[in-house]
Design a protein around this ligand. Structure first.
Ligand code: G6P
Length: 608
């Protein structure tokens, strides 16, 4: 969603801010802006639309002078996408400028109060309230003022603040919304995401909640709200900038699809030692593990779809009841969970607002939370009891691929680990699971090597209006992800349906030429899904089947069939998802869609 970058140094700030914002584009946004202190005043340029517009407006930043500035990409929440609602926002007499990620929940009361004091507002945003409050309370010390303003704000915020009268300082604040400080030589940065500054520095501080950073050209001081200095060790970012660049591929999504063998390997390999799954991250004794009477999974979007797969996997392998909840629903349904429930929270970004709040709710009710997160040091990772990182590397495309695959891999690791601890799998099963898990990267590679076959099927289908994904059991769980991938990047209407449920309604939508993608990997129910395929074909559907190589007879069931290698039944989604991702990608590409940044979507959804 929104992105923040700020610079203070000796170079011209505007081009650097624009470069930083470019790296944040993947998060999703609808307007962008920068503000610089030119030595006399604060100069703002902002515009609705893509960064390209702002770059043209400022000749790539050349028209803006100043060596200190802040920039922002906005994803509208309060007030429509427009020039005036774009950040940075200025205070009433243009004395302070603010960029903000997050949401100020009590902004209406604050705004009313300020308006009653004669302060005029220009925008419809919650953020402008912060700029106005700073000016309203300012009595000479910006730090005192920011601390005072923090005490008035309810909600979440990462802030970058600059002032007209002090061209030598940026103030940065974090509460619930991520913010890092980049440390350079005679220059320093703020950013909501490491990718924005990685081309400039690898040394960073991560701000914690309620910390305030005071940046000068040659120093950074971090304090708390009592003005006590907070000492931190700088962290060095290990991954290379190329990991966040396209590396010759046309789209990040394609690059990330192709990276999956490596990502899955990186997630699995370090956790298998001498043939045993080692999950040191789970800090629960065997006794504690045995005491859980159910598992509760919380997530949003594709991570939720991983949760649905996990339900089948855990129930089969661990034999404990599993509930999967959309985080946004869980929070408000007075859930029945307590200390006997183990909660698993899944999130690529570790910042999704609903998932974070649902996690807090589970913890409040006494449940132990294990999170599965990709972004190191993110809020969910830090606030959960235990965290298992998916080592997928930075994922830039809005539509997730490699994060989904690594989340699945962690679910499999957990299932084997817990199955062993709880005695629900025998030694033979254990060994088979472990060796099949280790084989997954190789098998994913073999599917990727045959991608042209899927490209061909996409070329025959990219004009279709509706697509139905059907499957049973674990194939149904995967159909949810296949359908989401297609609709989010190609804008083709698609639905996922449990194949056995089709005849209770959805089958009425099947007509001549409707595309049905039938997932038929789950051997136990092969006969049943074949019947469902015949049912839709009888009504005119064109069916693409996805089946395992050890069932070549499937080629004569559907009009076209994509074959995948075989593995343990519960691990099949890791393989079957690959053709579904590729299919969505090729369809969207043939339709000329903005694949990495689909309309209306954001990479990390930091609002409810
Ligand atoms: C957004 C993204 C999805 C993602 C979902 C949950 O909608 O576009 O790809 O699955 O958020 O995000 P998280 O970071 O919590 O996994």
């Amino acid at each position: 969603m929104c992105g923040i970058v700020g610079y203070i140094g000796y170079e011209q700030a505007a081009p650097l801010l624009l470069q930083g914002l470019e790296k944040l584009e993947y998060r999703g946004y609808d307007s962008a802006g920068v503000c610089l202190n030119d030595g006399e005043k604060l100069v703002v340029e902002k515009s609705k639309g893509k960064l390209k517009v702002l770059k043209e407006l400022t000749e790539n930043g050349k028209t803006l002078k100043g060596t200190v500035g802040i920039g922002h990409t906005r994803w509208a929440t309060h007030g429509e996408p427009s020039d005036v609602n774009a950040h940075p926002h200025l205070s009433d007499s243009d004395r302070f400028a603010v960029v903000h990620n997050g949401i100020i929940e009590n902004y209406i009361q604050l705004k009313e109060h300020l308006k009653s004091k004669g302060i005029e507002f220009r925008s419809k945003t919650d953020t402008e309230v912060i700029a106005q409050l700073i000016e309203y309370y300012y009595k000479g010390s910006i730090i005192d003022t920011v601390i005072k303003v923090m005490s008035k704000l309810e909600g979440s915020y990462a802030l970058g603040v600059i002032s007209r009268d002090n061209p030598d300082e940026i103030i940065a604040v974090r509460k619930e919304s991520p913010l890092i400080i980049g440390l350079g030589e005679n220059e320093n940065y703020i950013a909501s995401d490491v990718t924005a500054i990685l081309a400039k520095t690898r040394k960073i501080y991560r701000l914690e909640n309620n910390e305030i950073a005071v940046l000068h050209r040659d120093s950074v001081k971090i304090i708390d709200t009592d003005k006590e200095e907070v000492r931190k060790e700088p962290e060095t970012i290990k991954w290379d900038i190329s990991a966040a660049e396209k590396g010759g591929y046309e789209h990040f999504m394609f690059k990330e699809i192709m990276e999956q063998p490596k990502s899955v390997h990186d997630t699995v390999a370090p956790r298998i030692k001498d043939g045993r799954v080692v999950l040191d991250e789970i800090k629960l004794s065997d006794e504690q593990l045995k005491n859980f009477d159910k598992i509760n999974i919380l997530a949003c979007g594709s991570a939720y779809h991983v949760g649905v797969v996990a339900k089948y996997v855990f129930e089969k392998i661990i034999r404990k009841p599993v509930e999967v909840d959309l985080a946004s629903e869980f929070r408000y349904r007075n859930p029945i969970i307590d200390e006997k429930t183990l909660t698993v929270v899944i999130s690529q970004s570790g910042e999704t607002a609903d998932t974070k709040e649902a996690m807090k709710e589970a913890r409040r009710r006494g449940s132990h939370v294990i999170s599965i997160v990709n972004v190191v040091g993110s809020a969910i990772a830090v606030e959960s009891d235990d965290v298992i990182y998916t080592w997928a590397g930075p994922e830039i495309a809005v539509a997730t691929t490699k994060a989904y695959s690594t989340q699945l891999a962690v679910i499999y690791l957990m299932a084997i680990y817990l199955g062993d601890k709880l005695g629900t799998i025998n030694e033979n099963e254990y060994k088979t699971y472990v060796s099949e898990l280790q084989e997954l990267p190789k098998k994913i590679t073999s599917i990727l090597e045959n991608k042209e076959n899927i490209q061909y099927l996409a070329s025959k289908s990219f004009n279709c209006r509706d697509v139905f994904f059907i499957g049973r059991n674990i194939d149904y769980a995967l159909s949810l992800e296949g359908s989401l991938k297609l609709k989010e990047i190609s804008y083709i209407h698609s639905e996922a349906y449990a194949a056995g449920e089709l005849k209770h309604g959805t089958i009425s939508l099947i007509e001549s030429g409707t595309l049905v993608i039938a997932l038929a990997t789950h051997e136990e129910l092969l006969g049943k899904i074949i019947s469902n395929i015949e049912e839709v074909q009888a009504r005119g559907a064109n069916v693409i089947g996805v089946a395992c190589e050890n069932h070549p007879e499937m080629a004569s069931v559907a009009q076209s069939t994509i074959f995948i290698p075989n593995t343990c039944d519960m691990f099949l989604p890791s393989l079957a998802v690959i053709p579904l991702q590729l299919f969505a990608y090729y369809v969207a590409s043939l339709k000329g869609c903005d694949i990495d940044k689909p309309r209306n979507l954001a990479k990390s959804v930091t609002v409810e």
